[in-house]
Write a new protein. Structure first.
Length: 397
């Protein structure tokens, strides 16, 4: 869709806005739905808590069940805006395409008649809105956004037709991001099914030429650095510190910074396999750009076996590793290197592995390419968002 730079502006109490736009208090075009609901144990409906909404990505990592919660929750409808009101989780924003219930630490917001719900979502997702919510929060231990403060804040509001066009541009980028996520989920499922067929359901007798090896013999597990010892040279010359939090949420404003002069083997790049051996224990294909590998994380590599091979084997052993970690009476459960040695993998003969690789390597490469594209689209979306919402870029309506 074509865009053009606005040429006529007017001064308002919130600054310069396009001449045709209004400056309105939030309560004039937004309402909160506070439809309280106590879950019953004889039903199973979707539940969204703060733990299910990813930070800064406008996406969720999972969906809970109403049978898992017992206290009062809020109902939400298909298309409602869910906004985490606990600091520092204000950019936990999500727009569900289903109905369900959510935590009372989440606002359920709707556009009033005459205003576009999709445009309102992007307002709630904008940095200006998040900063306003943060600035008006109250409480000490877990500060909460205060609706009585926020409802009186003033925002620049285009006419309805332009609201729809703005939302269409931003949503088209978001739709492509979501499509890539779905494609990757399907590819990951296909790869897991193939791996299970080849290695898990194989039976007790190994095919001729196959052998058994410890997991730490088919891949190298490089533990990260204590990166507080490698501070960044400046605010502009640094590597983001990749901790367990970044594996789940990507690089955010809360991400620490480290020196660019750390040894090269500790610098992550797109496509690297990263395994967290403490805390939540997970394995991911890192696709969020260059970063510095922190302690409690392994970068997993191999100069003999393909990436999908050791990645799938780690995924196969994850439930076992998670069980070991959860049994430890410590704050951060973990596994030891000895547990890698005790984990025995099946290694095919070279011809069989080569045939498997013809199927599996294109899958993992597509997943990596899609994931990198997701990151790039998110950057584009988030750079257009403030410009479109402020009228610095106008849609050609």
């Amino acid at each position: 869709m074509k865009t053009e730079i606005a040429t006529k502006f007017r001064e308002t109490e919130i600054g310069t806005i396009p001449e045709e736009w209004q400056s309105l208090e939030l309560y004039k075009f937004t309402e909160l739905a506070k439809d309280a609901y106590l879950p019953r144990q004889d039903e199973n409906i979707p539940y969204i808590g703060l733990e299910h909404i990813n930070q800064q990505t406008l996406s969720i990592n999972s969906i809970g069940k109403s049978t898992d919660v017992t206290s009062n929750k809020f109902r939400f409808r298909d298309g409602d805006i869910l906004f985490g009101k606990l600091r520092p989780y204000f950019r936990k924003v999500y727009r569900p395409r289903f109905a369900g219930i959510c935590s009372t630490d989440i606002w359920v917001a709707r556009a009033k008649t005459g205003f576009d719900q999709n445009w309102l979502f992007w307002l709630f997702a904008s940095e200006d809105f998040v900063n306003s919510a943060s600035g008006g929060s109250s409480g000490t231990r877990m500060p909460r956004a205060d609706w009585d403060h926020l409802k009186d804040t003033v925002w620049s509001v285009p006419e309805l037709s332009e609201q729809k066009q703005i939302a269409e541009i931003l949503s088209s980028l978001d739709d492509k991001i979501e499509l890539n996520r779905k494609i990757n989920a399907n590819l990951e499922s296909l790869a897991s099914s193939l791996f299970k067929k080849w290695f898990v359901d194989i039976g007790d007798e190994l095919p001729k030429g196959w052998e058994s090896k410890p997991l730490d013999e088919v891949a190298d597990f490089l533990n990260g650095l204590a990166l507080q010892k490698y501070p960044a040279e400046s605010e502009t010359d640094y590597l983001p510190v990749i901790k367990i939090r970044e594996l789940n949420n990507g690089i955010t404003d809360m991400t620490d910074k480290a020196s660019t002069k750390i040894p090269s083997e500790y610098i992550l790049k797109n496509g690297d396999i990263v395994f967290s051996w403490s805390g939540s224990l997970d394995v991911v294909i890192w696709c969020s750009g260059r970063g510095a590998l922190n302690q409690h994380l392994f970068k997993v590599t191999s100069d003999r076996y393909p990436k999908w091979f050791y990645y799938q084997w780690i995924r196969n052993f994850l439930p076992t590793f998670q069980g070991i970690a959860s049994d430890k009476a410590v704050t951060m459960g973990h596994i030891k290197r000895g547990h890698l040695t005790e984990s025995i993998v099946l290694v095919p003969d070279e011809q069989s592995l080569s045939k498997m690789d013809e199927l599996m390597s294109p899958i993992i490469e597509t997943v990596i390419n899609n994931s990198v594209e997701i990151q790039n689209l998110m950057v584009i979306r988030d750079s257009f968002l403030p410009r479109l919402m402020s009228g610095k870029i106008r849609v050609n309506i």
